[in-house]
Write a protein that binds this ligand. Structure first.
Ligand SMILES: [Zn+2]
Length: 267
């Protein structure tokens, strides 16, 4: 039961913030894997565990402003009394932002998991931007290698908002339609509460449990550097439980279904 930290030097103080946010029974310890002195970027990853890690399963939260997702994931892990949440903490914003005398750049941390994605995602306005892109690539690859490349199932938790992404965006003729091969709409569920998955197995399971579900088309999906694209390239079963901010009960129900899915296929 431990928590590891890889951090931007600027974010060392976040340890205190995280300690306050931990569930009651989670044990914590910090390991500082400081990068070499000339390194600009490291991924600010924290790992919060409520028991032994699952060897084949990772839970991950990447957008620091999506608090409902973080909280519900920690609640479910606490109920399981096993497993870890890999949590990116970077000042409470959606994007990771570095702004100092030497550098100014920012990027969406869920767009850095492929080389194509990183090129588009990195918005750099000061410093050696080519070097920053190179280091972002190294940091992302190290992160994937250390935490995710050996896993068989990755569970990501996200939040959207009332005017944001919903299952409707993936319906035929809409903005995200080209990325999906199947979609299941539940008449009983809010369209902003939906699963986005990469396997037919997960699609069928959650659709049969009356959730909104989108199945990514792993052949035609646009390479935007998101974790779902990387997972599909590696043939790793990936589940994003996406719920509207503040829909705590709904997201908990979704994550309870993920637990049932884990038990059926992985435990
Ligand atoms: Zn998100």
């Amino acid at each position: 039961m431990k928590k590891k930290i890889i951090h931007f030097y600027q974010y060392a103080a976040l340890w205190i913030t995280l300690s306050i946010a931990l569930p009651l029974h989670a044990e914590t310890a910090a390991i500082d894997n400081s990068p070499p002195a000339n390194t600009v970027i490291a991924i600010p990853a924290y790992e919060t565990c409520t028991g032994m890690p699952w060897p084949d399963i990772a839970w991950i939260h990447v957008h620091d402003n999506e608090e409902t997702a973080r909280r519900t994931a920690l609640i479910i892990l606490n109920q399981m009394q096993q497993g870890c949440l890999l949590d990116l903490r970077h000042g409470g914003s959606r994007e990771i932002i570095i702004h100092n005398q030497q550098f100014s750049f920012h990027f969406d941390p869920n767009r850095i998991f492929t080389a194509n994605g990183r090129k588009t995602a990195l918005k750099c306005s000061k410093g050696n931007c080519a070097l920053i892109l190179q280091q972002l690539g190294a940091a992302a690859e190290n992160f994937l290698q250390q935490y995710l490349s050996q896993k068989k199932l990755i569970i990501a938790v996200h939040n959207t908002h009332t005017a944001g992404l919903s299952v409707r965006n993936y319906m035929p003729g809409n903005s995200m339609a080209q990325d999906v091969s199947q979609i299941a709409i539940s008449p009983n569920k809010n369209p902003h509460d939906f699963f986005y998955v990469t396997s037919a197995q997960a699609f069928n399971f959650f659709a049969n449990h009356n959730f909104n579900v989108v199945l990514q088309n792993n052949q035609t999906v646009r390479d935007d550097g998101s974790l779902s694209v990387w997972a599909a390239q590696r043939q790793i079963d990936y589940i994003n439980a996406e719920a509207e901010m503040g829909h705590t009960t709904d997201q908990l129900a979704m994550l309870a279904a993920v637990w049932a899915y884990m038990k059926k296929f992985y435990l």
